[in-house]
Design a protein around this ligand. Structure first.
Ligand code: UTP
Ligand code: MG
Length: 578
């Protein structure tokens, strides 16, 4: 079973703690079982005969047993809780590492919302079950069996009450649990649903406001919320039923013991102390059954959660790559596309078709093409965000799939089209590239990226805070910080995916001048829309609808390539007017 293997795997390091829980539970349960029989002795041998000494001595024994019971119970719960929390923590850690290792493909297949729920709420459910199991797994069966034996020892004539009440309780609670099972799965799915809607709305809040889509979006949220509420209410209804039913069984059992036991005492077949002990044992047994069923009740939900966690844990990254370096880390950065064909999963036709070109170290390659032509897809293949279906992407002659993730990221610096910054400070973001970078290195990178002035104007300079996603700086500032971040890393291959689009023409020109010096003999690949950005490139690759339709310098292409000329003309007219 998925749940068992998941839990056992994570419980392995805590064997000693779990053993301690078991031993403490055992002592505590035996002590609890001993108490009613001592009580019966006091009544039957002490109270009825007026033997005060016996009452005192047995009373002291009871007190000792009671203290032992309390102490061991506290200890058991303490270690149980610690173990459960530790297992939960480890599970979250492993989950995080797994998610971290997955490629964009698998992450896209699961989706962010469900990954977040699985990594938090689902782990929590499993952790709860572990806690319950540790608390009741030993005590419940011992309490049940031991209770029955002790009860029968007190008075065998009333034993039929045990045989009737225990199965009755078991069947009733079991039936309710059976009703609950499917509801729990629905609940987990709907938590996913509400997370996904909420996430999208918060991320896209500005767009929602700009298009006055609030009523529509609130409706969408309301529906998800209603859906979750409806399942929760169903679950609640069953719980509402469960407690009175359990209580009813307990009270009926009590009444029956008193009624039938009373008659037996009257007839002289049973002593009064035995009657009280029998009653206490019966209640202990029923309580244990109830706890056992509660525990069992948590299993279906935890099973669902465990399956959802295991689903992610069992996913292998489609781009595993070597974990230890098997190839030399490339030192030049010569990028070569060899007959590369790539399509997104589920798409009918490939986005890139038979792409071949080479970008040499020390030169700049520009990639142009209309929107949706496949430029970003092409760039993303170099740091291996995706793998091509056919052909190979090579750096210094080594396929990127044969390099480790660390090697790839040390060689390739990508400034993506959607620049992303992490919460922290400007400095902490820039040091993503290289943790050991000094402040001077950071300033140097900012100078090249044309970001020095605006960072200087910040109150705290490099230590100025950055919000999650970089939402507290402007689009152009974010682009420049991302460029600086790539520069700090000093990779062999620089990839700029439309990274100058938010800059004005003058800043763009200054940046490219500075960049030319800074990148030196590294390979530079630039995706750009603006002709002025790419005009000086050593090589221009024109992409149209996933195929390369032209390659050469600006001068060569402007005469010989129809697609390129159209792009140039569409922009020159604009720029001439400007
Ligand atoms: P690209 O994102 O590679 O195009 O998508 P591009 O050339 O960079 O476009 P701009 O200039 O930034 O706008 C190429 C095609 O790949 C598909 C899209 O349908 C698009 O037409 N695509 C892209 C996907 O199917 N899934 C994705 O995650 C991204
Ligand atoms: Mg793009």
């Amino acid at each position: 079973m998925v749940l068992v293997s998941l839990v056992l795997k994570h419980a392995a390091p805590y064997k000693a703690w779990i053993a301690a829980v078991f031993v403490l539970q055992l002592i505590s349960t035996i002590a609890s079982l001993y108490l009613p029989s001592l009580n019966a002795q006091i009544i039957d041998k002490g109270v009825s005969t007026g033997d005060t000494d016996f009452i005192w001595s047995t009373g002291m024994t009871m007190l000792t047993v009671c203290l032992v019971q309390v102490a061991t119970a506290i200890g058991a719960i303490y270690f149980g809780a610690r173990t459960a929390m530790a297992i939960g923590r480890d599970m979250r850690r492993d989950f995080y590492r797994k998610v971290d290792s997955l490629s964009a493909l698998e992450l896209g297949r699961f989706g962010t919302a469900t990954l977040i729920t699985r990594g938090t709420n689902d782990v929590q459910q499993v952790q709860m079950l572990v806690l319950m199991t540790l608390n009741f797994m030993v005590s419940t069966p011992i309490m049940c069996i031991g209770g029955i034996i002790m009860a029968l020892r007190e008075d065998a004539g009333l034993s039929w009450l045990v045989w009737v009440s225990v199965p009755t309780l078991f069947i009733i609670v079991g039936f309710l649990v059976y009703l609950l099972m499917p509801l729990f799965r629905q609940m987990q799915d709907r938590i996913d649903g509400i997370n996904s809607v909420l996430r999208e709305q918060i991320v896209g809040i500005r767009v929602v406001r700009a298009f006055v889509r609030e009523p529509f979006e609130s409706e969408r949220y309301r529906t998800s919320n209603e859906n979750l509420t409806r399942v929760s209410v169903k679950v609640g209804n069953i719980f509402v039923l469960m407690f009175p039913v359990i209580m009813m069984v307990l009270h009926l059992a009590t009444a029956a013991v008193l009624w039938f036991g009373g008659h037996r005492v009257d007839a002289g077949d049973m002593q009064i102390g035995s009657l009280t002990a029998f009653l206490q044992y019966l209640l202990q047994i029923l309580m244990a059954v109830m706890m056992g069923v509660f525990m069992v009740m948590m299993i279906p939900r935890a099973v669902v959660c465990a399956e959802r966690i295991a689903d992610v844990m069992g996913t292998e990254s489609s781009q595993a790559g070597p974990s230890e370096p098997t190839e030399e880390t490339p030192t030049h950065g010569r990028v070569e596309f060899r007959n590369v064909t790539f399509g997104y999963p589920g798409a009918e036709r490939p986005v890139l078709d038979n792409i071949s070109f080479t970008a040499e170290p020390g030169t700049t390659t520009a990639i142009v093409g209309s929107t949706g032509a496949g430029k970003t897809s092409l760039i993303n293949l170099i740091p291996r965000l995706y793998d091509p279906q056919a052909g190979e992407v090579l750096i210094d002659g080594v396929p990127v799939s044969r390099l480790t993730r660390d090697q790839v990221s040390s060689v390739v610096g990508l400034v993506s089209q959607k620049p992303y910054l992490f919460s922290g400070t400007i400095a902490s973001n820039l040091r993503f590239g290289r943790a050991s970078a000094t402040d001077d290195d950071l300033w140097q990178a900012l100078r090249i990226a044309q970001g020095e002035d605006f960072v200087k104007s910040k109150e705290k300079g490099l230590d100025d805070p950055i919000a999650q996603g970089g939402t507290n700086v402007s689009g152009g500032q974010r682009q420049r910080l991302c460029i600086a971040r790539a520069l700090v890393a000093t990779p062999r291959v620089y990839l700029f995916d439309d990274s100058f689009s938010a800059l004005d023409v003058a800043t763009d020109a200054r940046l490219r001048d500075a960049l030319g010096e800074a990148t030196g003999d590294a390979t530079v690949i630039i995706v750009a829309q603006r002709i002025s950005t790419i005009i000086g490139a050593d090589q221009i690759v024109v992409v149209d609808d996933g195929v390369i339709v032209g390659r050469g310098t600006h001068e060569e292409l402007v005469d010989g390539n129809e697609t390129y000329r159209q792009i140039v003309e569409s922009q020159l007219s604009v720029e001439e007017v400007a």
